[in-house]
Design a binder for this molecule. Structure first.
Ligand code: BGC
Length: 906
């Protein structure tokens, strides 16, 4: 076995500024041999790499631990203190007891763990010095705060700990600190604020130094949740620079009254409205220009400062426009070729004082002009006033982001036309490892997958949002829960969701109800117990469903542990608010099967189905955490709610009282039906999909049609495939006529739309009051593409892909499909291809794991692996066939090539 690699701590590579005092370590092992296993590991941790080299791990030596664990190995050494640096390495033993060499060293570093570590004060601009935008006085210029300082000695280590109520970008000696955007991110600022820590050792030097920090309004002060200045009425900075010298002495430069403030070139910034930049107002240098005193505010002990290690929002891609059109009215419209989220980099040559305006939108109107109606109050407009540099000038906004495919550019001098090099699209989102790659033989399905991924890129931006363009952009809970599994296949979402679950808890009501979205910026006003809205079926349930998804995908028990009490409180809430175990939701906010196609499902059916689901998942969470009596308690609650569901909603012949696709999909996926009625209910679902409900769907649409909204869209295809109608699930996927997943694709969509009919050939655009073209929810079908079509599934007995179930389910319309997934244990792959009467299946199972392989045939005699009958193939052990009689195998780690012949789809 080669030495372990990809060493990470809390999902990050060499993180700085952690506040987990028992950080969890993980690594990957490399071994191509079939059945390769780690039989033991040893982790050593020291304060310095030289101590590791000399075999003196002064912080922790795990010794030889007999275990196959390679992720979430909890640090169990000496107590870690603020700013402490730890360097670590690991070696492993293989299944024959042979040790690997030590890995390369990796590191982590603690942040400021105690409030008393913070010497800084909050700094802002006195109200009288705040400069409002002349056109809209609610938008304010970005202040710059800074100071100079002198360094006389040789520096060994320097760290900047920094945050803002608002947003910040820091420069040390004119060099930008880090490459993160929109920091410190969004939390419930009244309760907790994240700070970031940066290694700035190389940005400082002996002699004169300066620090300058520009502030933006962001979520804290700017427009969010249909209001403005919700958390604060102006931005504030908190910063602390720690410098260590060769002689062991230290220097701390903390934000305090010695700092000064001035106004720079950003004339206003706002997440929804955009940014205005005047390049003729230069960034002031300390000691020159118009600086004034700062306003200070002591730290508020009631607000927790927490480590904001990541994942950080960053630029992840650049894209060039595919076209630019001159319009008769003199404006130019760029087509970026992709509905994207982020901003543009502008590159212009124009006389001094020229103001170039960029308006961003997702669509064009039929006359080719920019379609902005669906943005509601969000202006998404950036303006840049040129310096007039003869060689041209380049600019990017700092504190805003937009959702757009098209950009209208105005303001260039008459006669000057932009080129495709005038703008570059900067794609911005929470930077997570891209783990899943799905590909198949159907061009439109590949584009659908592309759209799913781009929907996630645009909406996993600091929190999982509903949409990135209109005046909303909130962490809507149902959207997040229906998409969570799809999202966790495509990107490593564990750290992103871990942060968001804290937002979810911060928003949770005293009565245990989770809110509709999180963070929930509308402070609960005293005496209004129902405000903000909470307890909505399928929305509030994200509080239980999402952490469970993270546990299943990443084996992360800590998220369950941290969230456990909160989940219990939610189950109490549901129990108290239900009548005879039927939960209908509350009056104020009940969204039903949101945006379904003429097929409403009763609120109490949805509410009760989710109540049962949450009881079931809490029981399983309790079991995972070793809380056996709770596991029994919630299992029994699940049974009671299930019985109530059957009494109220299931007729003796297996029909459900809300006779909708969503009702059946919920009942079948959440295990709410009596066994005897399963086949009948599944038939009713298939009949609805095939023929429409009461024949009332459009007659031009004889193809199987989807009518679910957000609630049913992730569940319907698994319900069909798992209950004897895999062929129909494929037909549903491949329908190109409205309502369907592929209709938008046929019409050029590059992201998932909010509504099935966001735009139709017949009616054009839907009501602009709610019509986003970048909403990931309906893309939740992705989960089925990966788990059923390609066939890589979680093994519930072995969360985190410590083992997997590989069960490709080919169907009519595709001739090949493959999914490659980089799990915490390494790369899995499931790929199939039909050639003539032969089905080829290639499987990769990473070292130290295994899989149960279920083949789409009942005849083991038709199957060969690398040319061998399966009972002769190394690493495979035949198991009893599954319920459908399909061939089942136990496989050890390794690569396998199966051939099934003859094979017929269907
Ligand atoms: C959002 C949704 C959300 C819904 C709740 C909409 O405005 O965009 O995605 O779940 O409200 O009703």
């Amino acid at each position: 076995m080669q030495s372990p690699h990809h060493l990470r701590c809390e999902y990050f590579t060499n993180p700085i500024g952690l506040d987990e005092t028992k950080p969890r370590l993980s690594w990957l092992i490399r071994d191509e041999r079939r059945g390769a296993k780690q039989s033991a590991y040893q982790v050593q941790v020291a304060g310095d790499v030289s101590l590791l080299q000399s075999e003196q791990p002064d912080l922790w030596d795990s010794g030889n631990v007999e275990s196959d664990q390679t992720s979430h190995v909890e640090y169990a050494g000496k107590k870690l203190t603020s700013t402490q640096r730890a360097v670590w390495r690991v070696r492993v033993w293989d299944h024959n007891g042979q040790p690997s060499a030590w890995s390369d060293a990796a590191s982590w570093e603690m942040g400021l763990l105690k409030t008393s570590d913070w010497k800084a004060q909050w700094l802002g601009v006195p109200d009288a010095s705040i400069i409002a935008d002349p056109e809209d006085d609610s938008l304010i210029a970005s202040p710059i705060l800074g100071r100079a300082f002198d360094i006389k000695k040789n520096i060994t280590r320097a760290r900047l700990y920094i945050t803002a109520r608002g947003l910040y970008v820091a420069h040390l000696n004119n060099i930008r600190v880090g490459d993160d955007l929109l920091t410190p991110g969004w939390t419930h600022y009244g309760k907790r604020i994240r700070y970031q820590a940066y290694d700035v050792t190389d940005l400082l030097h002996s002699g004169d130094n300066d620090i300058l920090v520009t502030l933006g309004t962001g979520w804290c002060v700017g427009h969010v949740a249909w209001r403005q200045k919700i958390y604060d009425n102006k931005p504030w900075l908190l910063a602390q620079l720690h410098v260590e010298f060769e002689d062991g002495k230290t220097l701390t430069i903390a934000s305090d009254e010695s700092w000064q403030q001035a106004t720079g070139p950003i004339r206003f910034s706002d997440m929804l409205m955009g940014e205005r930049y005047d390049a003729n107002t230069p960034t002031p240098r300390i000691g020159q220009g118009d600086w004034g005193p700062v306003e200070t505010q002591p730290m508020d002990k009631g607000v927790e400062l927490v480590a904001g290690v990541g994942p950080r929002v960053r630029k992840t891609l650049e894209i060039k426009p595919i076209g630019v059109t001159a319009r008769p009215d003199g404006v130019f419209i760029f087509d970026m070729g992709q509905n994207m989220v982020g901003h543009l980099r502008l590159n212009v040559t124009a006389p001094r004082g020229t103001t170039v305006q960029l308006r961003h939108a997702e669509m064009l109107s039929p006359d080719g002009s920019l379609y902005t109606e669906n943005l509601r109050k969000a202006k998404q407009t950036d303006c840049y006033t040129c310096r007039g540099d003869a060689q041209g000038e380049t600019w990017e906004p700092s504190f805003t982001f937009h959702g757009f495919r098209y950009v209208e550019l105005t303001g260039l001098p008459t006669g000057v036309s932009p080129t495709l090099d005038t703008v570059t699209g900067i794609v911005v989102h929470s930077d997570m490892p891209h783990t899943g790659q799905f590909e198949c033989s159907h061009k439109l399905v590949n584009q659908l997958q592309h759209n799913i991924e781009w929907g996630q890129r645009g909406n996993y931006l600091e929190v999982p949002t509903d949409c990135p363009q209109r005046d909303e952009r909130l962490g809507w809970m149902a959207d997040a829960q229906v998409f969570a599994p799809t999202g966790a296949y495509n990107f490593e979402t564990a750290a992103f969701i871990t942060k968001w679950m804290v937002d979810v808890r911060d928003a949770q009501h005293d009565d245990g109800g989770y809110t509709d979205f999180a963070p929930e910026p509308m402070f609960k006003e005293p005496g209004t117990p129902k405000f903000p809205p909470h307890g909505a079926p399928a929305w509030a349930d994200a509080g239980v469903i999402v952490p469970w998804a993270i546990y299943e995908f990443f084996g992360d028990k800590r998220i369950l542990e941290r969230h456990y009490v909160s989940m219990k409180r939610y189950l109490d809430f549901l129990s108290e608010r239900s009548t005879d175990f039927i939960y209908i939701g509350q009056d104020s906010n009940n969204y039903g099967d949101w945006l379904n196609h003429n097929a409403n499902t009763a609120n109490d059916l949805i509410g009760t189905a989710y109540f049962a689901r949450c009881a079931d998942l809490l029981s399983r969470s309790a079991l995972a955490l070793g809380k056996k009596s709770d596991a029994r308690k919630y299992a029994s609650l699940f049974k009671k709610v299930k019985a109530a569901f059957q009494r109220r909603f299931v007729t003796p012949d297996g029909r459900l009282v809300s006779d909708t696709q969503t009702a059946y999909a919920l009942a079948l996926n959440f295990n709410l039906l009596p066994d005897a009625l399963l086949p009948r209910s599944a038939e009713f679902l298939a009949h609805d999909v095939q023929h429409g409900r009461f024949g009332r769907y459009p007659t031009n649409n004889r193809q199987p049609s989807i009518t679910t909204g957000f609630v049913g869209c992730s569940l319907i295809n698994p319900a069909l495939s798992d209950n004897g109608s895999n062929d129909l699930a494929y037909k549903l996927l491949l329908n190109e006529k409205y309502p369907s997943w592929l209709m938008p694709v046929v019409h050029g969509a590059t992201t998932i739309w909010e509504r099935w009919d966001g735009w139709t050939e017949k009616k054009g655009f839907q009501n602009p009051g709610m019509n986003s073209f970048n909403h990931y929810s309906l893309g939740a079908v992705g989960q089925w593409l990966y788990s059923h079509v390609a066939g890589l599934r979680i093994d519930p007995e072995h969360p985190g892909f410590a083992r997997a179930i590989i069960q490709p389910q080919p169907g009519q319309g595709l001739t090949h499909a493959s999914f490659t997934y980089d799990s915490l244990h390494g790369r899995y792959r499931s790929a199939w291809k039909i050639e003539g009467d032969t089905l080829h299946i290639d499987v990769e199972i990473p070292a130290n794991t295994g899989a149960t392989i279920v083949l789409p045939t009942a005849d083991a005699g038709r199957v060969k692996e690398s040319g061998q009958p399966i009972d002769k193939a190394a690493g495979l052990r035949p198991l009893s066939p599954d319920d459908e009689g399909r061939v089942m195998l136990d496989a050890v780690a390794g690569s396998y090539r199966f051939r099934v012949q003859p094979f017929e789809v269907g």
